[in-house]
Structures are given as structure tokens and as C-alpha cells.
Design a protein around this ligand. Structure first.
Ligand SMILES: Cc1cc2nc3c(=O)[nH]c(=O)nc-3n(C[C@H](O)[C@H](O)[C@H](O)COP(=O)(O)OP(=O)(O)OC[C@H]3O[C@@H](n4cnc5c(N)ncnc54)[C@H](O)[C@@H]3O)c2cc1C
Length: 302
């Protein structure tokens, strides 16, 4: 299979890039599974024009239909291998397909680091969250715990303190800037250091956490341990992620490798829908312009 632009990742960033690129009349193939997008299980209420909460998978399905209407082709398979061959990129999918493309857009998102304790998976979306910015509004007047050691955990605790009645910030050893340490000195934030969480418990939703044998009653658990990027494909084409695992791009969503663009969560925080689609829009436009430019040059040299 040949295409002008191959988009790896069918979350909001990839789908938005597909819409913009396909409308510029270049061939677009987009790989990935809608239900694996971070957005799939989200209940969004902070996105422009949607008072929500709207279920993410519904947004993704509408986005896919839009992109298909403009000519983008979806292959619901993951990319397993990416390599550069001369001035083209070749991707192999899990189903054995091989796609050759002039440009590639990375839109693989990130997977949040898990705490790995009993109850974490069971209560995900029912009190366990990986995004304070997204879910703070659901915890007005409630007690919550934030788990993490760095600035992301501290910032989440500060934000949640504006909504929740009480915020426990639980860390092995908190390490943040002086500025954040000052902001943490709010009446309803309590820092608990050096204790180990063994379980998140509850019935239909989170009821509390077990902490070194004792229990702490909370209705929300925010896990802020950072993100794990999907970087294997990037490294293979010489694209080195930054120390946090994110792909660096310029204001045109271009990476350091000619012909490869990136957008969405994979480019770093804020890990938010609005940013993902904004970057997807730019990546789609810039990739289409790039392909048109190189196609014109190819014709001139024939
Ligand atoms: C529980 C939850 C709630 C959230 N709530 C909100 C909210 O209320 N408001 C808000 O603004 N944001 C929210 N977010 C964040 C938002 O969902 C993300 O910022 C957004 O989805 C990022 O879009 P993306 O396209 O960059 O990545 P993703 O949506 O994660 O999509 C990445 C896609 O790439 C695919 N992929 C990965 N690797 C490969 C591969 N090798 N081959 C092919 N495909 C691949 C994945 O399967 C996925 O489909 C929430 C996130 C979570 C987890």
C-alpha cells in the first residue's frame, strides 16, 4: 500500500490531523484503534462548545466519520515497525500489512504510569483518575488522595484543593520547586510522606486506600506518576524522545526528522483534548504542504 501521509494513532490528535490533511486532497491512511485512545473512556466537560459531560468514544466515532468523509482511510491495526527507506517511510502493522508513505505523523498518545495496586484497575473511572485537570470538577466537596513524588503531583494537589474538601498528597519523598512547596501550604492539603499504598478499596466506587496497614477514607485517587511514551517506533527512525519520553516538535509540529510530524499527548503536557486537536490541525496542514512540495520536486526532476 502507498500513501502520501501515514498517521500512527487514531485518537483526537491523529483524527484531527487526518481531517485537515485529507481536505487538502492528499492520500491519508490512519492506523490504530479508537477504543485504545485515552479519550475513549473520558467524560469530557472542559472542551469548547460541549457543555458535557460527553463520552469520549462518541466524539472519536464522529471524528472518524468526518475524516472518512474527506477521504482518509482507517486501518484498525497497530504499527509494529517503522523504518526509513531512501526518502520514504515503511510501516509494518500487526496484521502483516506494509504501508509506504512520504510523510508520517506520530499521534500515539501516552500511557499513564500505573501504581500497580489492588483496586486500581477495578475503580478506574469510578474514583481512580490519572488526570486532575480533567476530573477535578467531579470531586467538589469530597476527600481525595493524590499519589506521586514530583511537580505533577504537587500541581494536581493544588488544583484539587480548590474543589475537594480535603486533599492528601501521598508520596515516597516529595520533590518539587520552592514555588510549588509554598502553594502547597493550603489548609486542606495534607502531605503524607514515606508510606506505602497497598490497596484502593470500595464497593461500586472508591471508598478509600490502605496505607501501611491503616485506612484513609477518600472518594477520589489521582495517580500522578508521569507518562510512558510509545517511543519504540520513534527511536527506530532516529527520533530521540526527551528525558520525560516526549517527542520535541517546533511550532509547525515538525520533529527533528524530515518528513515526520508529531501531535497530541506524545508531544507533552498539558495532556488535554483541546491541545491534541490544535496540534493535530497544524500537523495535518504542515504534513500535507510538505508532501505537495516534495511531489512537485519529484515531478521536476523526472
Ligand atoms: C480517564 C481520562 C479522562 C480524560 N478526560 C479528559 C477531559 O475531560 N478533558 C480533556 O481535555 N482531556 C481529557 N483526557 C485527556 C485526553 O483524553 C488526551 O489528552 C487526548 O486523548 C490525547 O489525544 P492523542 O490523540 O494525543 O492520544 P490518544 O487519545 O491517547 O490516542 C492515541 C492513539 O494512538 C494509538 N496508538 C498507540 N500506539 C500505536 C501504534 N503503535 N500503532 C497504531 N496506533 C497506536 C492508540 O491506540 C490511540 O488510539 C482524559 C484522559 C484520560 C485517560
Amino acid at each position: 500500500m502507498n500513501t502520501d501521509i501515514l498517521i500512527i494513532g487514531s485518537g483526537p490528535a491523529g483524527i484531527q490531523a487526518a481531517i485537515y490533511a485529507a481536505r487538502r486532497k492528499v492520500d491519508v491512511i490512519i492506523l490504530g484503534k479508537l477504543e485504545n485512545s485515552s479519550l475513549a473512556k473520558a467524560h469530557v466537560e472542559n472542551y469548547f462548545g460541549i457543555s458535557g459531560p460527553i463520552v469520549g468514544i462518541d466524539l472519536l466515532r464522529v471524528g472518524k466519520e468526518q475524516a472518512e468523509k474527506f477521504g482518509a482511510k482507517f486501518i484498525e491495526e497497530d504499527a509494529l515497525h517503522l523504518e526509513r527507506k531512501d526518502d520514504k517511510f515503511i510501516v509494518k502493522t500487526e496484521g502483516g500489512k506494509e504501508v509506504e508513505s512520504k510523510a508520517v505523523i506520530f499521534a500515539m498518545g501516552v500511557s499513564r504510569k500505573k501504581l500497580g495496586v489492588k483496586g486500581e484497575q477495578q475503580f478506574q473511572g469510578r474514583g481512580v483518575s490519572y488526570c486532575a485537570e480533567c476530573d477535578c470538577g467531579f470531586f467538589k466537596g469530597k476527600k481525595v488522595a493524590v499519589i506521586g513524588d514530583g511537580s505533577a503531583a504537587a500541581s494536581s494537589a493544588i488544583l484539587l484543593a480548590k474543589y475537594a474538601s480535603k486533599v492528601y498528597l501521598i508520596s515516597k519523598k516529595l520533590s518539587t520547586s520552592e514555588h510549588l512547596q509554598d502553594e502547597l501550604k493550603v489548609g486542606n492539603i495534607e502531605i503524607i510522606e514515606g508510606k506505602r499504598i497497598s490497596e484502593i478499596y470500595g464497593n461500586s466506587a472508591v471508598g478509600g486506600i490502605k496505607l501501611d496497614g491503616s485506612s484513609l477514607e477518600v472518594e477520589g485517587v489521582f495517580i500522578e506518576l508521569g507518562s510512558k511514551g510509545v517511543i519504540e517506533l520513534a527511536v527506530n527512525v532516529g527520533l530521540l524522545p526527551d528525558p520525560r519520553g516526549y517527542i520535541h516538535v517546533n511550532e509547525e509540529q515538525k520533529t527533528s526528522v524530515l518528513g515526520i510530524f508529531a501531535c497530541g499527548d506524545i508531544c507533552g503536557p498539558p495532556l488535554q483534548l483541546a491541545k491534541a486537536v490544535g496540534e493535530g490541525c497544524i500537523a495535518g496542514i504542515e504534513a500535507a504542504e510538505y508532501v505537495k512540495r516534495i511531489s512537485k520536486l519529484e515531478k521536476q526532476t523526472v
